[in-house]
Design a protein around this ligand. Sequence first.
Ligand code: AMP
Ligand code: MG
Length: 338
Amino acid sequence: MKKRILGALCALILLIAVILSSCASTEPRSASFQSMDTLMTVKVYGGDKDLCDRLQQRVTELDALLDATDENSDIYQLNQNGKADVSNDTAALLERSLQLSEKLDPAFDITIYPAVKAWGFTTGDYRIPDDDELKQLAAKIDDTAVQSDNNTYTLPAGVMLDLGAVAKGYAADQCDAILKEGHADAAVLNLGGTVKLYGKKPDGKRFSVGVADPDNPAGYFGYLSCEDGVVATSGGYERYFERDGKRYIHILDPATAKPVENGIQSVTICCDDGTAADALSTALFVMGLDKATAYYRAHPDFDFIILTDDHSVYLTEGVYDEFTLCDGYDFHLKKVDR
Ligand code: AMP
Ligand code: MG
């Protein structure tokens, strides 16, 4: 009899332990921190206890290497001296960016820095360069001039780099490796406009990612239901200034060195590859709706959501059925076929 009671007790303790441990893995661990000029939030289900810390450390480390305005970064040193030995991370991202740039030419160019700086987007001291200055700036935007020998990079005089359009996407890809190593079950990493989704949520439901409302960027005009991958958004609303009633945004056309003005408010890309998603969101913004659509039709490895000034939302085949417009938004959803 005593044995039976003891047995039942052991079974009960085991059951409670199983219930407790399964509860623990359904409650995510989370952390918020400031990096890459934005607030980031990471939420991790299961896996090693220190995963949030490791993710934060990795993103912070990348920011310190890649931020063109930080005097200690690889990119700052390269821009100042025209030559630098860079870390493996910086070299890997530069290599990747130059490959992407070739595919996305002429909409995407990582030598955009002098133009971004001239308009005041690096400091907040905004100004409008005159036509002569713009011509000179545009003439120096050419990332085919970047030379490398292993990790040693060389820039011609006057050419400077800006990895702002791809750094968060690269960080998302690096976080993927950390989540794998740390045996996470699932994770949602909001790296400020670039959202990394990992694994399956404990409740089995798909992830839901909000797409920012440009008129109220803290809110969303719609939600996208998706699985693993990266959802990256580029929007004029993220950084801009206004003069005489006109808005000048931080996404520039490499051909003119001027802020883009083409009727697009935001471009959201869904893609397995974070670096590509980030580059594409910036590049398709510059291309405009027609060229972006043609690019999509020629490249089957991503989807887009493009919001235009007239409140039309263009959604490609892979995301059209997964998108829900929020109540109160009188936007027109339009499907873009392959
Ligand atoms: P994102 O928010 O990913 O679209 O990145 C925008 C940032 O990328 C800007 O703040 C600039 O630092 C940089 N940038 C702007 N225009 C371009 C461009 N055409 N190609 C590459 N980088 C750009
Ligand atoms: Mg980008």
